[in-house]
Write a protein that binds this ligand. Structure first.
Ligand code: NAP
Length: 305
């Protein structure tokens, strides 16, 4: 495949940026990939493993001459990074981001983008609970969605070029309005993460069940919660601080439903529980039919007993 961009600068060298570097190399999508991360430790690791072609010691050096700049730092750091790189951006370049929240990132980054530079927010719906420069892999985006969230008046050719990059990295691409994005993600990702954090916290508090029992007997349900609850604390703190309204709305709905189920259990209302679980089972089938997950038992895990 021919290069989509001549020089791509990755700001932040964690799971998402690292996976992008691997995926771009897999298909030869970038002529050169430069990178920058805040700590010398991460930059040294990135150099040691050859994560990108050139690791720079400042964000401004990394973006110098780049025709694509990817902000792959926690949502709460996006504005500061944009301010830092703004003077070094080349005319005609595209700045994109991979943040899990879109309205707040647009408000934080948008004002720093100079005239003549395109700003095209995006969000790949792919991740793991791992973070850091060693956690990325080329297949992360394969057959997953990437949502591009163009702001009004964005140059169409620049959006199409970014779309080609994401498709080249294996993703399916859709476009979405920022507020709708934040609501959709509050339902599909942000609130479920909060519930997982809570459930693991609750288990941790239950002194009648010892820690070793929780670990030893955790069947799939709780084990999946612990995996999600192991996600990066900085990233998730920033997600909730920056997608406050949508998450609070969905949490309110969640709490109401939880109380309704709690009442059904107390009253012994088996019909209500059965109907509810039948409905949720149909939703799961829809996800599998849409190709977003596997229907293999236990998500295709090989169980080690
Ligand atoms: P990560 O593995 O923790 O990496 C974050 C990177 O950002 C690190 O290299 C870190 O550098 C750097 N960084 C942090 N603050 C910085 C600052 N002020 N200036 C410069 N660099 C800074 O995180 P990630 O999972 O790749 O997430 C990156 C972004 O992708 C986040 O906005 C997140 O919301 C979004 N996202 C994540 C997932 C997921 O599942 N993980 C999925 C989709 C989107 P140091 O190592 O030096 O601290």
């Amino acid at each position: 495949m021919s290069h989509v961009y001549k020089r791509v600068a990755l700001i932040g060298l964690g799971l998402i940026a690292g996976s992008m570097a691997h995926a771009m190399r897999r298909s030869g999508l970038a002529g050169e990939i430069t990178g920058y991360a805040r700590s010398a430790e991460t930059r040294d690791t990135a150099r040691e493993i050859g994560l990108v072609d050139r690791v720079c010691d400042s964000a401004a050096d990394a973006v110098d001459g780049a025709d694509l700049v990817v902000l792959a730092v926690p949502v709460g750091a996006m504005g500061r990074v944009a301010e830092e790189i703004a003077p070094a951006l080349a005319p005609g370049a595209t700045v994109t981001d991979v943040g899990s929240v879109k309205r707040a990132v647009i408000e934080a980054v948008g004002p720093w983008i100079p005239d003549g530079v395109h700003f095209i927010p995006a969000h790949p719906l792919a991740g793991t609970e791992h973070s850091g420069p060693r956690s990325g892999f080329a297949e992360l985006f394969d057959n997953r969605w990437c949502l591009i969230v163009p702001v009004a008046g964005t140059d169409r050719a620049a959006v199409d070029r970014l779309r080609r990059l994401w498709e080249g990295m294996g993703a399916n691409v859709d476009e979405m309005d920022p507020d709708h994005h934040d609501l959709v993600l509050a339902v599909t990702s942000h609130t479920p993460h909060l519930i997982a954090y809570t459930m693991v916290g609750v288990a941790d508090d239950l002194r009648r069940v010892t820690d070793s029992e929780v670990i030893k007997y955790s069947a799939a349900g709780f084990r999946d919660f612990t995996r999600i609850a192991a996600s990066d604390p900085t990233m998730w703190r920033d997600v909730f601080l920056n997608n406050k309204d949508a998450t609070l709305e969905i949490l309110g709905r969640f709490t109401e439903e939880l109380f309704a189920l709690q009442r059904a259990i107390r009253r012994g209302d088996g019909d209500e529980l059965f109907d509810y679980f039948t409905h949720t089972r149909a939703i799961r089938r829809g996800i599998i039919e849409a190709g977003q997950d596997t229907d293999a038992p236990d998500f295709g895990r090989v169980t080690k007993q």
